[in-house]
Design a protein around this ligand. Sequence first.
Ligand SMILES: Nc1ncnc2c1ncn2[C@@H]1O[C@H](COP(=O)(O)OP(=O)(O)OP(=O)(O)O)[C@@H](O)[C@H]1O
Length: 823
Amino acid sequence: MSNMPEAQSSAARSNQDHLLGRKLRDGEYLVQRVLGHGGMGKVYLAMHTSLEMPFALKQARADQPLPESVIAELDLALQGGEHPQRSIPGQSQERSFPATGGVHTDRFLREALLLTRLQHSAIPTLYDYFFEDGFWYLVMDYIPGPTFSHYLRSNAPLPPLEALNYAIQICDVLDYLHRQSPSIIFRDLKPSNLILTPDGALMLVDFGIARYFKAGQVNDTMDLGSPGYASPEQYQGEGQTDGRSDLFSLGIILHEMLTGKRPSSMTNGALNELPISPSMAGLITLATRPEPDQRFQSAHTFYLALERIYSIEEQLAYQRHIEATSNALNNTSSKDQPSTEQNELEAVPDPDAAELVESVPAPVVQPVNNTIALRLTLPIMPVLSLNLEQRQQTRDALQQARRERLKEESLEIQMASVDESLKRRSLVLLSQTSHSQAIKKPEMPPAEPQQEPPAQHKLPGLLKVCFIFTLIVCLLLASLFSYIHITHRAIPVISRGPSPSPTSAHTWSGTWQPLPSPPSTEADNTAIYVQSGGRFYVYMSGGYRGTQAAPQYDRNLYRYDILTARWEQVGIKSLPGMLNNSVAEDEHGQLFFTTGYSTDAYKVIPLLTLYQPETDHMRKITPPAGIAFGFATAMLADQQGHLYLTEGYQKAGDPSIEAGTGWYRYDIATRTWHTLAPLPVGLGYTTLANDANGDILLLGGATDAGQTHQSGRVYRYNITHNQWQQEPLTLPHPLSGSASCAIDSDHLLVIGGYDASSKQGSHETWLINMRTQRWTQLDSFPKGGTVLGAVACDGRGHAYLMRGASDPKHPTADFWLLTVQEG
Ligand SMILES: Nc1ncnc2c1ncn2[C@@H]1O[C@H](COP(=O)(O)OP(=O)(O)OP(=O)(O)O)[C@@H](O)[C@H]1O
């Protein structure tokens, strides 16, 4: 008896080896080789015979039939192209996986459903699934490259920047999973579930034990993850796993990348003995604490910490390089050396650089060079070989190929009635069940390679029925979706009531300095700091120029070159006329402008304009109906592909109009819009800022467009839970219409604003420490009040203020630099 499983598995193995060179799915896929073995079965490389494209076929024993609901969802998602069931962050949906009683089928359907519901560049796309010869198959992207465990075995320890680069990539995809609603917990994060592509991108495979987080559930009900990587709460079965368990595993992988080993004991002392920087050791300690409450609480916070350490390590590496270069130059100055700078660099014997170059991963296509300076150009987020657009094209091509095949076959097969087809479908399910039961018996002879199971002949007819069935389900889902959308309500705001915020002594100071004026007077416009092509600019959109005979508007885009202290006009096409708008820059250096009040259409328009400084390319982005942001909106780019926007005011020219409570997110890569939990109070002329925990703060603003009812409150938006909450922190006094930007990663600068009592601009300048939540008042703007101005921070203590006006009707061309220093 004890040999039975062994006998079964070897019988099954020899059976599956026959798959090599065989065609599956009615001749659609030609199996070429085995890519990997897993708990579920083998993963094969197969060539699509008509498209001549490689795919990965992941196999699982069909130990039970698939439930109808699963077939319906998969068929709908895979044939329709649209994903009505896809998880939409911010929209809570009841999610679970039906249990079939078959371990393999349960894993298969879990992975299949999750892959159809997810869309991220680091997650393979599922294109199809099918049943053949007692096995289910998932058809997904073939990811070329070694598993990350294989890569680490031959390359670890990795240089810190390379390790951080990978950790940032993993953290990004975890953040995406955890932000689904409900959160998806991967639960089996380990190097063998990551594949390193030739361009250095890590892809996450194996969603077989991933699950949805269930609020209120005490324990996980299945699967323990992998020893060595699973968190204590997961491995010891203590409590339900949540996103923090995945972050624990990432901490372990980071440790392994840097040291070549997994940590055996998690003490600070042990980590400090390792050849890694103290900040990196601190990061790993924090990530791998046994108590979930004492670790990073969200992937976003972990991500921000990784980015911070990345820039520290970058500076350390650069310093080492400079030191090594100058030592080498000193040592060699007496010798005969080639005269060009290039040759001098090539001749530098840089031990660090040599070590780094040797450890450049073989599969990573990077410009390999023997200077550390070039090694530093390793991008944080490499270009992915499988971008989402390409995958959509692949999906379309597969569907087209399938349609053509079905068309040919439909000449031979009479279309059955819906009733007949449904009967046939249940027969197919029955035949699948009996077949899968048959393969459990060791004495069952292996299927002949070319023999097709009867169920396969019925599949085209079945697909037609599926199509009709799918259409019905589609209509039902569409109405369910609009119902969810319409009835989507805010999660209640938990108000702790305002209390005075601490202000701190003058530990910071600010120095003001006038700079060359822009070409025209401006107010109600925007400014943003941009680093592009090795130069540093302040980009400024035109706004309100003032009144001569009639109101004057400026539709131009300008930039101020910080090094040459010159202004110039940029942009091939002029911007749409925009007033009282906002701007944000994403992690790729793309600028997004809201239109606010359009001086072309003379009305409020919900429109975004995307501008790419590198290419001078401009594109308009129109949100769908229901996403209605107006003027005096605030916008924030979270540097992870998302823009967050407040609604602002919908009608211009009426000071009594109240701001809306709309709160929206635009996902830049997928071009999708989401309505989030509404603001606790409708506010315009407000300020948005990232806080130290990875949440978003909303500071001040006015409920009315005339800014007479100003707020001194601060609200926190919890990204993970799509929830607003009032903070104990308040502003030094109610404030709206200020110019603000992040002076560094911890401090937000707030300049001027509307002083409702004097009906003038305020000249106050404040700094808030986002960690301690303390305000510091800096020297006021020296030239009087500033309202409806715009400020751009370089993130290193400098702020460039376009003053706007003191009297909102009379804009100025005042442009000033504020340098903020500690002490
Ligand atoms: N899409 C893919 N492209 C290329 N290779 C893949 C792909 N998916 C899986 N593999 C290879 O197959 C191996 C097993 O895959 P996977 O981990 O998904 O299987 P599994 O049966 O769920 O395994 P486990 O026992 O780890 O749960 C991977 O380690 C990888 O080498």
